[in-house]
Design a protein. Structure first.
Lengths: 43, 166
C-alpha cells in the first residue's frame, strides 16, 4: 500500500447529486400518434 | 468472469461496479455494528486516493502497483484527510491518466504514449511473473501483444464505466 502521510482532519462531503456518470438512455421507439376514433352518439 | 473488463481495488480485491458508487467497509471484519461508518479516524479503512499526481508518484509502492492504472476519482461522504491523500467513504472513477508498466514500472501517459495490456501472466522465474499494463519497450521484448486490441479493450472499459482517458 502507498503512504498517505499523517492524519489531518475529518471532513464530510455531501454532494446534492452523487458524482456518477449519466446513464445513456435506451432508445425507445416512438409510438405513432393515434388519431381519435369517431364515437357514435345516439340522440 | 463475464467477458467484460472491470476496475478492481488493488488492496481489497473488490470489483468497482460500473455506473454505481463504490463504498468502503469498516476495517474490522468481526464487527457486528452495522451502523459503523467507514472510514473511521483511527483505522486503515476507506477508499484511498492521493491529493495529486505528484503525491501518488512519489509515495505509492511501485512493486504493488505495477501493471495497474492511475487515474482521478471523485470522493464523497466521510473523508479522512491525510498529509498526501484521503481515505473516503464513497468513490467513483473520473478518468484514467497513467499506466505503470508491469515489468520496468515506468509511468506511461495513456493519452500520448503507446502501450499494451497483457492479461496472461508471463512467468519469468518462480518468484517473478507479470501481467497487466505494459510500456511499448517491454511489450516488444516480453509479450508482443497487439497494441490496437489493447486500445480497444481500454476503450470498452472506459465506455462501460462512463469515464475518460486524460
Amino acid at each position: 500500500m502507498g503512504k498517505i502521510g499523517e492524519f489531518e482532519k475529518t471532513v464530510v462531503a455531501e454532494p446534492i447529486k452523487e458524482p456518477l456518470p449519466a446513464k445513456v438512455p435506451q432508445e425507445v421507439p416512438e409510438k405513432p400518434l393515434k388519431e381519435p376514433e369517431p364515437v357514435e352518439v345516439s340522440p | 468472469m463475464d467477458g467484460n473488463l472491470w476496475l478492481r481495488s488493488i488492496i481489497r480485491n473488490e470489483l468497482w461496479p460500473p455506473m454505481e458508487r463504490f463504498e468502503a467497509h469498516c476495517s474490522s471484519f468481526k464487527t457486528t455494528d452495522h451502523s459503523c461508518i467507514s472510514p473511521e479516524v483511527n483505522s486503515t479503512s476507506g477508499i484511498y486516493a492521493y491529493k495529486s499526481t505528484s503525491d501518488a508518484l512519489e509515495n505509492l509502492d511501485r512493486c504493488s502497483y505495477r501493471g495497474t492504472f492511475l487515474g482521478r476519482v471523485s470522493l464523497w461522504g466521510v473523508i479522512q484527510k491525510h498529509q498526501f491523500g484521503y481515505r473516503a467513504q464513497f468513490a467513483y472513477p473520473v478518468s484514467l491518466v497513467f499506466g505503470i508498466c508491469c515489468v520496468c514500472k515506468r509511468n506511461v501517459n495513456l493519452k500520448s504514449e503507446p502501450f499494451a495490456i497483457g492479461w496472461a501472466s508471463l512467468h519469468i522465474t518462480e518468484a517473478f511473473s507479470v501481467s497487466g499494463f505494459l510500456c511499448e519497450d517491454c511489450n516488444g521484448i516480453y509479450y508482443s501483444v497487439d497494441i490496437e486490441s489493447s486500445h480497444r479493450e481500454l476503450s470498452a472499459l472506459t465506455e462501460r464505466y462512463g469515464i475518460s482517458i486524460e
